[in-house]
Design a protein around this ligand. Structure first.
Ligand code: NAP
Length: 305
């Protein structure tokens, strides 16, 4: 089976690319190793995607994108991308369950949460250490939790946690938060949330379950023990670009390098969404990337070779 384009990843970038490519009459396969939706599948509220209704959720929005893909004839497959080889006619994509021929590829593999790397974090993952409030907040009803990070994700997830936890401490390594001003204002107005600035978590303690953390003040080096039940880490993301090492150019932070038309260093391979180097990683920029990549795939296929 030969496709015009294989899209690797079914987050907003991959789904938007699918809609545009299939609507442009290409034969399209979207492969995804787990469920559709990418990172926003764990986002409880999407309030800044233009035109989305007030109660939009990540899963709701991406489910509608998936339906649109199917309406235009996109095929979906649960497969893990392993590597690809260039051929005269395009590429062979090797997956964990067979090889597929395609003329072009769009890499839309997204990014994933970055650990902070402190003692106890890995050992207690899933035992009170979480990277997704939407998934795990329910386990912390009436309890005390820490949120690590000062960016948009940390602030949004801390606000979400107020629906469940009794007390939330936001721990941030700088003297001011980094997230949007409107979120900062909501944080400061919320009685359940307190801020611990200029601070990093040195250790997460617990025996089979989080029991507390050791916090270091970065200005004074003073260490403080804090008893609590859960730690939510929102310390940014790392791109899912490992599979492309040796094939595609990456920057110093491992994001794929593309031009404004989403072209990578290999003609016929494009990249879209959070996996590529860019200044703003949002659903709206991911979908825009997907559309641009798909339109350029169509142009590439039509170009005389
Ligand atoms: P981010 O903006 O990179 O913020 C990560 C936070 O974690 C920063 O405050 C960073 O501190 C801190 N951090 C990083 N490594 C750490 C470590 N080892 N120990 C302690 N703290 C650490 O990441 P994000 O919040 O996930 O957002 C990613 C992108 O998505 C951003 O562009 C953001 O605007 C966007 N986003 C937008 C929305 C929205 O608009 N609704 C929602 C979520 C995300 P420093 O500040 O010191 O670097």
């Amino acid at each position: 089976m030969r496709y015009d384009t294989i899209i690797v990843g079914a987050g907003p970038a991959g789904l938007a690319a699918g809609i545009y490519a299939a609507r442009g009459t290409l034969k399209v396969l979207i492969m995804e190793k787990a469920g559709i939706g990418g990172q926003i599948a764990t986002s409880w509220e999407i309030e800044n995607y233009p035109g989305s209704p007030p109660d939009s959720t990540g899963p709701g929005l991406t489910e509608r994108m998936r339906q649109q893909c199917e309406e235009f004839g996109v095929e979906f497959a649960t497969k893990t991308y392993l590597r690809s080889h260039q051929t005269e006619a395009g590429f062979i994509v090797e997956t964990d369950s067979g090889s597929i021929e395609t003329q072009t590829i769009i890499m839309a593999t997204g990014a994933e949460p970055k650990p902070i790397g402190c003692k106890g974090e890995r050992e207690l993952r899933g035992m009170g250490v979480s990277y997704c409030a939407t998934c795990d907040a329910n386990f912390f009803k009436g309890l005390k939790v820490a949120v690590i990070g000062g960016g948009d994700t940390a602030l949004e997830e801390a606000l979400y946690l107020t629906k469940f936890a009794a007390e939330i401490i936001i721990i941030h390594r700088r003297d001011e938060l980094r997230g949007a001003k409107i979120l900062q204002q909501r944080i400061r107005e919320n009685e359940k949330i307190s801020l611990l600035l200029d601070s990093v978590v040195e250790e997460i303690k617990g025996n089979g379950q989080v029991e507390g953390i050791v916090v270091k003040n970065v200005k004074t080096d003073e260490l403080t023990d804090v008893s609590l039940d859960g730690v939510f880490v929102f310390a940014g993301q790392k791109p899912n670009s490992e599979a492309f090492v040796g094939l595609l150019e990456r920057d110093a932070r491992d994001y794929l390098i593309t031009d404004d038309e989403m072209r990578t260093n290999i003609p016929g391979i494009f990249a879209a969404g959070d996996v590529r180097r860019k200044s703003l990683r949002q659903v709206v920029t991911a979908t825009a990337d997907g559309a641009i990549a798909a339109v350029n795939v169509i142009k590439y296929i039509e170009e005389p070779k």
